[in-house]
Write a protein that binds this ligand. Structure first.
Ligand code: COA
Length: 260
C-alpha cells in the first residue's frame, strides 16, 4: 500500500515509517492521521515485521505537531475526535506487540512528541527539539501529552514543559530521561536500524510479552504488575522459541528464533 503523507520502507523484519510532509515540518493533518492508522494496522498485521522505526522526512523535523491550519475550523466535538484519533495512534503503537522506536530528527512538538512517547523509546539527533507548545496556542495537549510526559520525566518537569510551552534540546531531553540516546544526525537512522535489527532477531512473540508486561504493569500497582509479569513469564515457557533459546545455550550455539 502506498501513502500520500507517509513513506514506508522495509529492511528484512524492520519497517521504517516516515512522516512525509517536510514542507510543513511533517505536521499531522486529518489525512496523515487516517494514513497513520492504516499503516499501523498493516504493520501490526504483518507477521514478518518485528520492529518499526518512526521518523520524519527532511532534516528539520520529526513532526512539528498537529496541523495548526486545520484548527480554525475545528468544533469542540471535532477537536475531541482529532485529539482522540491522534492519541489512539500513540496508544496503538504502545500496545502493538512489536518493538517501535522513534528516531527524532529535528522538531518533535505537540502531537509529534505525543507520538514519539507512544513508542517504546526514543533516539534523538543532536538537532532534535522537544516540546508541548500547545499553551502558546491557548490549548493543552490532547493526545496523551499530559499523561505520558509525566511518566517519562516526572510530574514537575512535565508541568514546567507544558505550562511554559518551552522547547528543550536533545541533550536536555537525554538528561531528563525523555530520550535514550543522542546521536549526530547522519548516525541517527543507522543507529536506530542497528537496534531495531537486534530486537527483530529476538523472538517476536516473547518480545511482545515483555512489552505487554511493561506497558500493562506500569499502568497498575506493583503487586498487580508483578502478578501480570509472573503469568507472562510462564507463558514464554509455552513457546517454541523458549525451547530453542534454552537448547541453543546448552548446546553452545546461537539461537535461531521462529517467533512462535
Ligand atoms: N501546523 C501547520 N503548519 C506547520 C506546523 C504545524 N504544527 N509547524 C510548521 N508548519 C509549517 C509552517 O507554517 C511553514 O509553512 P509555510 O512555509 O507554508 O509558511 C512550514 O511548516 C515551515 O515552518 P516555519 O515556521 O517557517 O519554520 P521555522 O524553522 O521558522 O519554525 C517551528 C519551526 C517548529 C518553531 C515553527 O514552525 C512552529 O512553531 N510550529 C508550530 C509548533 C506547534 O505549536 N506545534 C503544536 C501544535 S498543537
Amino acid at each position: 500500500m502506498s501513502y500520500a503523507t507517509l513513506a514506508l520502507a522495509r529492511e528484512n523484519a524492520v519497517a521504517i515509517l516516515t512522516f512525509n510532509r517536510p514542507e510543513k515540518l511533517n505536521a499531522i493533518n486529518r489525512q496523515v492521521l487516517v494514513e497513520l492508522h492504516q499503516a499501523l494496522d498493516a504493520l501490526a498485521a504483518d507477521a514478518g515485521v518485528r520492529a518499526i522505526i518512526l521518523t520524519g522526512a527532511g532534516e528539520k523535523a520529526f513532526v512539528a505537531g498537529a496541523d495548526i491550519a486545520e484548527f480554525t475550523a475545528l468544533t469542540p466535538v471535532a477537536a475531541v475526535q482529532f485529539g482522540g484519533d491522534l492519541g489512539s495512534a500513540a496508544e496503538k503503537i504502545a500496545r502493538m506487540p512489536k518493538a517501535v522506536l522513534a528516531a527524532v530528527n529535528g522538531f518533535c512538538l505537540g502531537g509529534g512528541c505525543e507520538l514519539a512517547m507512544g513508542c517504546d523509546f526514543i533516539y534523538a539527533a543532536e538537532n532534535a527539539r522537544f516540546g508541548q507548545p500547545e499553551i502558546n496556542l491557548g490549548i493543552i495537549p490532547g493526545s496523551g501529552g499530559t499523561q505520558r510526559l509525566p511518566r517519562f520525566v516526572g510530574k514537575a518537569r512535565a508541568k514546567e514543559l507544558i505550562f511554559t510551552g518551552d522547547m528543550i534540546d536533545a541533550q536536555e531531553a537525554l538528561r531528563i530521561g525523555l530520550v535514550n540516546r543522542v546521536l549526530p544526525l547522519p548516525e541517527l537512522l543507522p543507529a536506530a536500524k542497528a537496534t531495531a535489527a537486534k530486537m527483530a532477531a529476538k523472538s517476536g512473540v516473547v518480545l511482545g510479552l515483555a512489552k505487554a508486561a511493561i506497558e500493562e504493569g506500569t499502568a497498575t500497582d506493583l503487586a498487580s504488575g508483578l502478578a501480570l509479569e509472573a503469568k507472562a513469564f510462564g507463558l514464554t515457557f509455552s513457546t517454541e522459541d523458549k525451547r530453542e533459546g534454552v537448547a541453543a545455550f546448552l548446546e553452545k550455539r546461537k539461537a535461531v528464533f521462529q517467533h512462535r
